[in-house]
Design a protein around this ligand. Structure first.
Ligand code: GLA
Length: 395
């Protein structure tokens, strides 16, 4: 059996109940923001590339209300430490660690000239953390949406996503690209979000074929992007572009990389080959998907994984094992394509498969992965969902 996604209505009720229990307050504002999975286009959103994520039907929900003071008091479902901080002042990085996503977004609103009133809030989530599914971007986008409700204002969606990205850069110290916040902010049911990261334009691409299912397999190997691996990869790509002497990766060809191979040196030459190859693969994948050409799409997803494993070096043994199991199931068993998704160094794989075989595929992925690693993975199907939004009172 496929695991079902926890329903948004239940999450909203849980957040309201948490707020009542923790602070004896009734929710007047409830915001929900989804995580994301990326079908293809990895580690190229900060290289002017193309990425093709969708917002998944797993959310962070924040329920809260103004509390008449100048302090925010925020609790969460994991019973972690309650965050208490002054919102009438400029924000500082502080404890607990997760509160920095909220502090960063609050700072973004202050930078727009808003005065933030004190509030109480309770956070719940159905997005597994550290699984490469953008729980951080969802927390930022849920916070921004909650503040829109609190301040009775509406930001342009793009501005909101960029404000959240800045919060991640400055308060979580992860120099991320724009994919995660764009996916969480712009998500729509039955749509992929094809983002041209050079122009910053998201294009909503139909994805509503009921015969296709996207399986997410969380390896349960923890993923922490703030530990330096992500920033190091980004730096390699910046160095590569500088050595190649181009203004944008969109102007670089595979032949340019080959010609400058020794000058680029290892590992920058392999990082560069990944960037150029992944940009080409993602545009080819978008075209293949549009014409239901799965014989082309599957190998593109496979090549993306191999490049992330060998050239970009952001995969890990467990991700490779999960992808290999999907490959062995193959087209005959209903698998169209499979690859790691998100920042890497652990986290999840994404497997595009035939809906009629999805339950069997999920069962094989779980059983064979456990046999190989001793770890029980979390496997679930997901469909494109609505991006960050306020939930009407009463759910
Ligand atoms: C993380 C970042 C994104 C993107 C991916 C890799 O999720 O937040 O901006 O770079 O890694 O594709």
């Amino acid at each position: 059996m496929l695991q079902l996604n926890p329903n948004l209505t239940d999450l909203v009720a849980d957040a309201a109940a948490g707020l009542r229990q923790q602070f004896q307050m009734a929710a007047t504002i409830t915001a929900a923001a989804p995580g994301r999975v990326n079908l293809i286009g990895e580690h190229i959103d900060y290289c002017d590339g193309f990425v093709m994520p969708f917002a998944i039907d797993r959310y962070i929900v924040i329920a809260g209300c103004a509390n008449g003071t100048s302090q925010a008091r925020i609790a969460d479902w994991q019973d972690k430490e309650i965050a208490v901080f002054d919102v009438s002042q400029a924000q500082q990085i502080g404890a607990p660690k997760w509160s920095n996503y909220l502090r960063g977004v609050i700072q973004g609103f202050q930078d727009r000239g808003h005065h933030i009133p004190g509030f109480d809030a309770f956070i719940v989530s159905s997005i597994p953390g550290g699984a490469g599914l953008s729980s951080s971007a969802a927390l930022e986008c849920a916070t921004a949406t909650f503040l829109e409700g609190l301040l009775d204002t509406v930001l342009d969606t793009r501005e909101k996503a960029l404000l959240c990205q800045k919060a991640e850069h400055e308060f979580a110290k992860v120099p991320c690209g724009i994919m995660d916040q764009f996916a969480s902010a712009f998500g729509k049911p039955n749509r992929l979000i094809l983002i041209d990261c050079q122009s910053g334009e998201p294009e909503l691409v139909p994805f509503e074929n009921p015969d296709l299912t996207v399986l997410i397999s969380n390896t349960m190997v923890h993923h922490e992007l703030s530990d330096g691996g992500y920033a190091a990869r980004r730096k390699h790509t910046e160095d590569g572009l500088a050595i190649l002497g181009k203004a944008s990766w969109r102007e670089v060809t595979e032949a340019d990389v080959t010609a400058a191979w020794d000058q680029l040196g290892d590992p920058v030459n392999r990082r560069s080959r990944h960037v150029v190859g992944e940009i080409a693969r993602t545009t080819a994948a978008a075209a293949a998907l549009a014409r239901n050409d799965f014989d082309t799409l599957g190998p593109l997803m496979a090549a993306s994984h191999d490049s992330l494993r060998d050239d970009f070096e952001v995969s890990c043994t467990e991700l490779d094992i999960m992808v290999d199991i999907a490959r062995k199931i193959g087209r005959a068993g209903g698998v169209i394509g499979s690859r790691m998704t998100g920042g890497g160094f652990g986290g999840s794989t994404v497997t595009l498969c035939e809906s009629s075989k999805a339950a069997d595929i999920a069962a094989t992925l779980a059983a064979d992965y456990t046999k190989a690693t001793g770890i029980s993975p979390q496997i679930f199907a997901s469909r494109p969902a609505q991006g960050a939004h306020l939930v009407a009172a009463g759910g």
